[in-house]
Design a protein around this ligand. Structure first.
Ligand code: GKR
Ligand code: MG
Length: 462
């Protein structure tokens, strides 16, 4: 039997025209975050991710990063036998075999994230896209081509316009020392000091944008709404526009406003906002795709989403109803090839592509740079939470954001090198956490006792 196994392995190796995957590791990791405010509550001091590392018989290493938590980690580990032993040239077949053996979790009711229930995000994210990323990294190294050259029609640009993701931030001191938020008050970097402080007023947000503009050169900003009354948040946008008259500014309340409120407060913002993201959600028996379509009929602003079109079936209905102009097709929802396929389709239809993000490390930053580099036409400035994590690098050569543009590594594959010492540290942090799933209610309850999530009430409105 042993001889037979050795023989059949030899046959596979001899027949393979591209390298064989010899090892797949799944490493859960954690990093530090600020007390960022959103409709779903307040970010915890830590966020979690899963890292995939593939090795091939040429000695190359391919990497990918995705959503954190045990569900995603276990899904990744369960498919290791479908990946190891395969040749990288068959990467589409490998992913197809994973899809075919995937089964829907009993907890997944198919609702998606149209009401921003973050416990459902793990069903919208597909763990195998971290494997797709690592496979494309290996394939790019084998072919000596940057990853963006393997996607869609290949590389469309050398750098990718990126936005400054503005958040209201609560005072971490209000958690009474029970939650271990990072203190960067001694940092030499003014952004690193500022991002861990309370940021709640219009003036605070303008200062946040000014510091970010100074450090990264952003000309595009997105304010995370769903925290205060909608009118207060629109006044923050006005203050931003006053300071950055040429800036392109967007607000995303994650569907918190009713259709009536969204129309009332957004109409006066025509000419001030560049676009608006998920202003309203499902109501009165109508889905968010129907409600957003009515919003679009009433308000003359381009509308973006990462909530109402998270797969092709939802996109079909969103497109049929003309509910959106901009689809933020996160490669971790749609896949790398799928996100670029969406970019090509939107471009052909005269619509716009962009990408959504959650907290992430620099592996995701690099991967998104390649996807956006392959998106044809004029994508909207890319979302990234990276500015809140900058400094917690898992790479030795993290791509930089300069003058508002993220560099796209011009080396084979992802074009970056993983720093295993940092990964091991981030894994230790993860292993010491009491829970691995995101729960924004815990920190919120220090601000408002017994606070509960309500998709129709901004977090600080109770
Ligand atoms: O990180 O809290 C957050 C964001 O609000 C995230 O959960 C959203 O999914 O950033 C995202 C968005 O654009 O909707
Ligand atoms: Mg959004």
């Amino acid at each position: 039997l042993i001889i037979l196994l050795i023989y059949s392995r030899e046959v596979v190796v001899r027949m393979a025209r591209t390298p064989i995957i010899t090892k797949m590791q799944v490493i859960p990791v954690a990093g530090y975050d600020s007390m960022l405010m959103t409709l779903s509550g307040a970010h915890a001091p830590f966020f979690t991710r899963n890292i995939v590392i593939l090795e091939d018989n040429l000695g190359h290493t391919g990497i990918g990063e995705i959503h954190g938590g045990d569900y995603t980690c276990d899904s990744l580990k369960s498919v290791i036998p479908l990946v190891v032993g395969q040749e990288i040239g068959r990467y589409k077949g490998i992913l197809d075999s994973i899809h075919k053996c995937a089964s829907k979790s009993d907890e997944d009711d198919g609702e998606g994230i149209q009401t921003l229930d973050i416990s459902k995000l793990k069903f919208v994210v597909k763990s195998e896209w971290a494997i797709e990323c690592a496979l494309l990294d290996l394939l790019g190294q084998y072919l000596e081509l940057p990853m963006c050259e393997l996607l869609g029609n290949g590389k469309q640009r050398n750098k990718v316009e990126t936005l400054g993701y503005l958040f209201y931030v609560s005072d971490k001191g209000k958690a009474g020392g029970n939650l271990e938020y990072l203190d960067e008050s001694n940092s030499n970097d003014s952004w690193f000091r500022y991002r861990r402080k309370e940021i709640l007023t219009h003036e605070d947000i303008v200062t946040e944008a000014e510091i970010l503009h100074e450090k990264y050169g952003f000309q595009n900003f997105k304010l995370k709404g769903g925290v205060f009354e909608g009118q207060y948040e629109m006044d923050t946008i006005r203050a931003l526009k006053k300071q950055f008259p040429n800036g392109r500014i967007n607000i995303d309340p994650n569907g918190a406003w009713s259709l009536e409120e969204a129309i009332r407060i957004s109409k006066p913002m025509e000419g001030i906002l560049t676009y608006i993201e998920d202003p309203c959600g499902p109501e009165s028996g109508y889905s968010s795709r129907e409600i957003m379509s009515e919003f679009k009929n009433a308000v003359n602003l381009p509308v973006a989403t990462n909530m109402i079109a998270t797969d092709w079936r939802q996109f079909y209905h969103s497109a049929a109803l003309k509910s959106v102009d901009i689809v933020l097709a996160d490669p971790h929802f749609w896949g790398f090839e799928g996100s670029v396929r969406m970019a090509m389709l939107l471009n052909d239809w005269g619509l716009t592509w962009g990408s959504h993000s959650n907290n992430h490390f620099d592996i995701t930053l690099t991967a998104f740079a390649h996807v956006a580099a392959a998106a044809p036409g004029s994508p909207t400035a890319l979302d990234t939470h990276w500015i809140w994590q900058d400094g917690q690098n898992l790479l030795k050569d993290t791509p930089q954001i300069k003058d508002g543009y993220l560099e796209v590594p011009n080396k084979p594959g992802l074009g970056v090198e993983i720093d295993m010492n940092r990964v091991i540290e981030a894994n230790k942090l993860y292993e010491n956490l009491p829970s691995h799933d995101r729960d924004d209610a815990i920190a919120m309850q220090y601000l408002i006792p017994n606070w509960k999530y309500d998709s129709k009430k901004p977090a600080l409105v109770r």
